[in-house]
Design a protein around this ligand. Structure first.
Ligand code: UT7
Length: 330
């Protein structure tokens, strides 16, 4: 949908755990190998948090870096949105814990749960708030500690996911031509069980039985999600551009959710996007779920892959199933 939301990204930051897990590390205990993983996913390594580090620590580090980059202090923030499916605790929200960790005032703070699409959904909400004036400076964070919810014995998921956080600070732009020009968010709950965690919620609370049966881990129908993702990513980019009458060659950069290199390449090739127009970092981090697009946005900004005036497009899909895109003029 075509919109006009003049906002600017004034700070970005990211954080990953120190521990690097390579494909070779899986070979000893899973029936898999480096060649299969690289060929089928593009992943070479990912970061996994040590036991004392969870989503709050990663989110705090990323947020502090984003604030520093923005030249702001915690007091300047009056809205915090954290996109995550792996909160520090089930209750309260990680955003409230983050508010305290950063030393912010009693600003509004909430978590947003839309899995791998979460950061793009949250970015839109942060932008809406600063646009409407219900917040001046919004801190939007994407964080997931996926290593805590994947089954280490399931080769279909264990090799895919990694841990990370990234944060952005958004405020109103003076130039009405800047900001979000188009946005599309959607969901298909009919396919909820293609990626889900069977137990731990109200449907089946945690018990000895659910742990014994490994029902507290992510279950994914990889092939089904793959087919959905390739078509969805392609049509989402196409339709978002169509909303404003733009063509793929006018984009400086697409920052896609890093779920599988083949999904990204296939969708982008069909649209005629050139290699330098697509941000790829899945080889280093794997699929970091809600952090994925946020990390891409930070790395692209930090390495100068876009400048003021450029058009970039964020695009994501994930469990729910959910999807989201945002076309931004920097
Ligand atoms: O961010 C959330 C959204 N999630 C995604 O986007 C994930 C989307 N799906 C995928 O990325 C891919 O489906 C996977 C990477 C998960 C799997 O790749 P695939 O090419 O779709 O493989 P497949 O599921 O069709 O399985 C092909 C074979 C199977 O063996 P058989 O039945 O042919 O004997 C699997 O058991 O590959 C086997 N396999 C593996 N082999 C070695 C599955 N995982 C592995 C593995 N190592 N890690």
């Amino acid at each position: 949908m075509k919109i006009s939301m003049p906002v600017e990204i004034v700070g970005t930051g990211m954080a990953v755990p120190e521990r690097v897990v390579t494909n070779k590390d899986f070979e000893a205990r899973l029936d898999t190998n480096d060649e299969w993983i690289v060929k089928r996913t593009g992943i070479r390594e990912r970061r996994w948090a040590s036991p004392e580090i969870g989503s709050l620590t990663l989110a705090t580090q990323a947020s502090q870096r984003a604030l520093e980059h923005a030249g702001m202090t915690a007091d300047d923030i009056d809205l915090i949105i954290v996109a995550t499916i792996t909160p520090e605790h089930t209750l309260p929200t990680t955003s409230c814990e983050l508010q305290a960790a950063l030393g912010c005032n009693w600003c509004q703070a909430y978590d947003l749960v839309a899995a791998c699409s979460g950061f793009v959904y949250a970015f839109g909400q942060g932008a809406q708030n600063v646009h409407l004036g219900t917040a001046k400076n919004a801190l939007v964070v994407g964080v997931d500690t996926m290593s805590r919810i994947i089954d280490p014995e399931d080769r279909g998921t264990a090799i895919l996911f990694g841990d990370a956080a990234a944060a952005v600070v958004i405020r109103k732009a003076q130039d009405p031509e800047r900001g979000i020009l188009a946005m599309r968010c959607g969901a298909d709950g009919g396919r909820a069980k293609t990626i889900y965690i069977p137990a731990g919620g109200t449907a089946e609370p945690a018990s000895q039985k659910t742990v014994d049966e490994r029902l507290h881990y992510v279950r994914m129908q990889g092939r089904e999600v793959y087919k959905f993702a390739v078509t969805q990513m392609q049509s989402l980019i196409h339709e978002t551009l169509e909303d404003v009458g733009m063509t793929p060659d006018q984009l400086k950069l697409v920052i896609p959710h890093q779920s599988n290199l083949r999904i990204i390449e296939s969708a982008c090739e069909k649209l005629g996007l050139r290699e330098e127009q697509v941000l790829i970092n899945i080889d280093r981090y794997g699929n970091t779920s809600g952090a994925s697009v946020a990390v891409g946005l930070h790395e692209a900004r930090a390495s100068g892959r876009f400048q003021q005036g450029d058009h970039i497009l964020l695009v994501a899909f994930g469990a729910g199933l959910t999807w989201a895109s945002a076309l931004i003029r920097i």
